[in-house]
Design a binder for this molecule. Structure first.
Ligand code: SAM
Ligand code: SF4
Ligand code: SF4
Length: 374
């Protein structure tokens, strides 16, 4: 074990304070975990709050007015996030995604983007800097985000039908406003804009073909995500998962598609294109086809805990180091063994053992999606 397990004041998820090695080797950028996977992608949750209550993520019965969201003092500051990101870049990270909760609810998030956009890889290249949003505030913020240096944006949208969408976001938020955000994102020059649709059988699967039709030929890449058993709040059931293979079948029956190769190792989406040249779609089959083998993603929670898997129940408290007077080389040296000892492959194990399988370090509550981001 690398970590000393220290009980924390906030017991929402188990975390331990990483051990700081006495001899700090400089980051080589070549870390790999126990399954030989490099560290390339860092997802940073900038808030645990959201103005939507999507049932698959923050069901209103659980996340009600009495729910204790993190106090402001617990959140990593922009300076702390940027410092941590810089250390991860030294360790090999090339892509940073801001997420949440709803990342655009974090005050002045464009200032954070500006700070992250100034980071460079050891070869002097800028990062791939992206953000996932529910689109509620994007029409207003797209220009500022682009000017701050955000490279790409992904908007979540689960239906075109207004009644279905309002029911799914459970905040009575209209489709038209999200569509306006998507248009604005394209207008200010994000390319390509991606749209994520979580498919729940019996809830919005009739929207698959209308969504595909709407975004065909628009330059927007629509991606269908299998409804996942993240966290412990959403009452997930396998019979509500529509396998991606069936999503593709339904679309192909209306508009023929063919598979295309992945752009990068560790890419979560399987890519398809319309045979008639009207663009591309993707499917993310986290339930029916595990993609742990190439998973190069680390996740940093809003309060600075590092999680090595979306289904982890145990984090590594980097904030304790950031606020504990340690130097950058010391913190970088503490991060290295955490990644090197990583063996997480929850989706693969779930595939083998059946859905509902506990996280590898069982007995603890699994992390929630709004806390750790997608
Ligand atoms: N609030 C932002 C949004 O909705 O885009 C960013 C955070 S949200 C947690 C990130 C992504 O996770 C969204 O695309 C959302 O649809 C997806 N997501 C949340 N819960 C999910 C679940 N149970 N299964 C699959 N995807 C989920
Ligand atoms: Fe909010 Fe995104 Fe979760 Fe929906 S999926 S509740 S928009 S954080
Ligand atoms: Fe990566 Fe964990 Fe998802 Fe597997 S289950 S792809 S290891 S985040």
């Amino acid at each position: 074990m690398t970590d000393r397990v220290i009980p924390l004041a906030d017991h929402r998820y188990a975390a331990s304070v990483p051990r700081v090695p006495s001899l700090a080797a400089a980051p080589s950028g070549l870390l790999s975990d126990r399954l030989g996977r490099p560290l390339r992608d860092l997802r940073i949750s900038v808030t645990d709050r959201c103005n939507f209550r999507c049932g698959y993520c923050m069901p209103r019965e659980v996340f009600d007015k009495d729910y204790a969201f993190l106090p402001h003092s617990s959140l990593l500051s922009f300076e702390e996030i940027t410092r941590t990101a810089r250390l991860f870049v030294a360790h090999g990270v090339r892509k940073i995604r801001l997420t949440g909760g709803e990342p655009l609810l974090r005050k002045d998030v464009e200032r954070l983007i500006e700070m992250l956009a100034a980071l460079r890889t050891p070869d002097g290249a800028p990062l791939d800097l992206t953000l996932t949003t529910n689109g509620s505030l994007l029409a207003r913020k797209a220009r500022a985000l682009k000017d701050a240096g955000l490279t790409r944006v992904t908007v979540s949208l689960d239906a075109l039908d207004d009644a279905i969408f309002r029911r799914m976001n459970d905040a009575d938020f209209p489709v038209a406003d999200v569509l306006r955000s998507i248009e604005e994102a394209q207008r200010v020059g994000f390319a390509p804009v991606k749209v994520n649709m979580v498919v729940k059988r019996g809830t919005n699967d009739d929207e698959i073909v209308p969504m595909a039709r709407h975004f065909r030929g628009s330059g927007i890449v629509l991606r269908f995500i299998e409804y996942m058993d993240v966290g412990a709040s959403n009452g997930w059931r396998m019979d509500e998962v529509l396998p991606s293979a069936q999503v593709i079948e339904r679309i192909a029956a209306a508009h023929p598609v063919e598979a295309i190769d992945a752009q990068a190792v560790g890419e979560t989406a399987e890519r398809w294109r319309y045979v008639d040249g009207q663009g591309e779609i993707g499917v993310i089959s986290s339930v029916t086809q595990a993609f742990c083998r190439d998973c190069n993603r680390a996740r940093l929670s809003t309060e600075g805990k590092l999680f090595l898997c979306l289904f982890a129940s145990h984090g590594h408290d980097l904030r304790a180091l950031l606020r504990g007077g340690y130097s950058d080389p010391q913190i970088a040296a503490a991060i290295a063994p955490i990644w090197q000892q990583r063996a997480d492959r929850y989706s693969e194990l779930r595939g083998a053992a059946g859905p509902g399988t506990e996280a590898a370090d069982t007995g603890r509550r699994r992390v929630e999606m709004h806390y750790i981001g997608g």
